[in-house]
Design a protein around this ligand. Structure first.
Ligand code: CU
Length: 491
């Protein structure tokens, strides 16, 4: 269905903005209770929102909510999401971390065409394995405009029990209309790098519609769409065992989180179980998820908070309130240098994983991450800017290793679609390596991952800093590589 932007704005969008309500009120988030299929109806639309603090502004939302509605299903059920697009541009939904079939992965120009304004697309896939996930738009800068939400797959046979559970979606915001696109400046395409293929037509020093955006300066950090002190508190009773699912769909913010008065025990990373480990501080990068537990054994009023990153930046804060404890100013955590920070290599799998049933052959790729230097607007992998990027060819059944070498001054949370990977840890036997789908590679650090090529298709592989991804830091893991390089024509 073709619809001009002007007509669109006058009709559908006008209605949404003026009422603040999406168009199909009957269907929101309400699954049809058929035996195994859980159906959800999502409308993507511009919506007037408020974070509880600060001005009203226009975000892009699913069903008028920030974050989008929680999808919560049981392992083995079928998730069906009917997406209708009321935005002024094409959109998709990516099921971050879930190894879906390739044509359900939601990457425009790679696994599907963008769902254009007025169009409907139906996503359907099996909910497996159990864990904490995120869903989000994978089109342009829409992630930073509010198009994300939590996806929880509950185990069919729970191994652990707890008294209370909270899902906490950590969000970075600029409280201005339009979110990411309108509030940042386009960078001029200068600093052209020699040897880069296909960039010849982009010369000149003036910003164009193709030049990448600068990371915005965020002015609000929200939890579940609310900013402290308006954020919904965690309410507990003394003696409760409490589970928190910490999800970070932020576009460009890594949080160091700490809970005052309590120790957190990490039980899952990116939805995969780990041998439980106590920690003081959790570092959670863009796209990462941590499941943590604590025992409510210290009555009072406390804050779960992120360390401040620098002058002028807001802080992410959530109060922890014990029932029956009234009227106290919440106690913030004290960030001190000697605190324990959860480090990937401190973790191991809780039980030995089945050895990867890989064929004897294996593939190795080296990925040098760079960019951000000398005014260059681009972020690169091995010097290439997506879509003029390498394809990492793989064959089904192979064991694939990727060796990241970050030669830039920024951390890059690298994310592979369609697969879990293991973090190579020379100190542990292979069967105890932890599984993840997103890994922070710190400045000047080398990190190696390994995965089994068991999900055929063409899979996006990229930095989960939205502004690095859109500035080129991406390529494709391809089970049937036809060419050595992506081409513009595929976009
Ligand atoms: Cu990055």
């Amino acid at each position: 269905m073709q619809i001009s932007r002007r007509t669109f704005l006058k009709t559908a969008l006008g209605a949404i903005i003026s009422t603040g309500l999406p168009i199909f009120p009957a269907a929101y988030g309400a699954p049809k209770k058929t035996a195994r299929v859980r159906e959800f109806h999502f409308s993507a639309s511009p919506t007037r929102v408020n974070l509880g603090v600060g001005p009203n502004f226009t975000a892009w939302t699913f069903n008028g909510q920030i974050p989008g509605p929680e999808i919560r299903v049981k392992e083995g059920e079928t998730i069906r999401v009917v997406l209708k697009n009321y935005l002024p541009e094409g959109t998709t939904i990516h099921w971050h971390g879930v190894p879906v079939p390739n044509n359900m992965d939601g990457v425009p120009g790679l696994t599907q065409n963008a769902v254009m304004p007025g169009e409907i697309f139906v996503y359907e896939f099996q909910a497996r394995p159990a864990g904490s996930y995120i869903y989000h738009s994978h089109a342009k800068y829409q992630l930073d405009q509010g198009l994300y939400g939590p996806l929880i797959i509950e185990p069919s046979n729970p191994r652990d029990s707890y008294d209370r559970e909270y899902t906490l979606v950590l969000e970075d915001w600029v409280m201005k209309d339009g979110g990411g696109v309108a509030i940042t400046k386009r960078r001029p395409p200068m600093g052209m790098m020699g040897g880069m293929r296909g960039m010849g037509g982009m010369g000149g020093g003036f910003p164009s519609n193709d030049s990448p955006l600068l990371e915005p300066i965020y002015d609000a950090y929200a939890v579940n769409g609310r900013v402290y002190p308006e954020v919904e508190p965690l309410v507990v009773a003394r003696g409760d065992k409490v589970k928190l699912r910490l999800l970070n769909p932020s576009s460009a913010t890594i949080y160091d989180l700490m809970l005052a008065g309590h120790l957190l025990t990490i039980t899952h990373m990116d939805g995969r179980p780990v041998k439980p480990l106590e920690t003081d501080v959790i570092r959670i990068g863009m796209g990462e998820r941590y499941d943590v537990e604590f025992v409510a054994n210290n009555p009072g009023t406390w804050l779960l908070a992120a360390a401040e990153k620098g002058a002028g930046e807001g802080m992410l804060r959530i109060p922890l309130q014990y029932q029956g404890v009234q009227g106290k100013e919440p106690v913030p955590p004290l960030f001190k240098p000697q605190l324990r920070l959860a480090n990937y290599w401190d973790f191991q799998a809780p039980y030995p994983a089945d050895e990867i049933a890989a064929r004897s052959d294996s593939r190795f790729y080296s990925q040098v991450l760079s960019g951000g230097m000398m005014g260059s607007p681009f972020w690169t992998i091995n010097g290439f800017v997506y879509p003029n990027a390498e394809r990492l060819g793989v064959t089904q059944g192979e064991r694939v290793q990727i060796d990241y070498w970050n030669r830039s001054m920024m951390p890059h949370p690298m994310h592979l679609h369609g697969h879990f990977f293991k973090l190579v840890n020379p100190a542990l036997p292979r069967s105890y390596w932890i599984q993840k789908d997103t890994v922070i590679v710190n400045p000047m650090q080398r990190v190696m991952i390994e995965f089994l090529a068991d999900n055929p298709g063409r899979w996006f592989h990229h930095c989960h800093n939205l502004y690095h991804m859109e500035a080129g830091m991406a390529n494709v893991v391809d089970y049937e590589p036809q060419l050595g390089f992506e081409s513009e024509a595929n976009r």
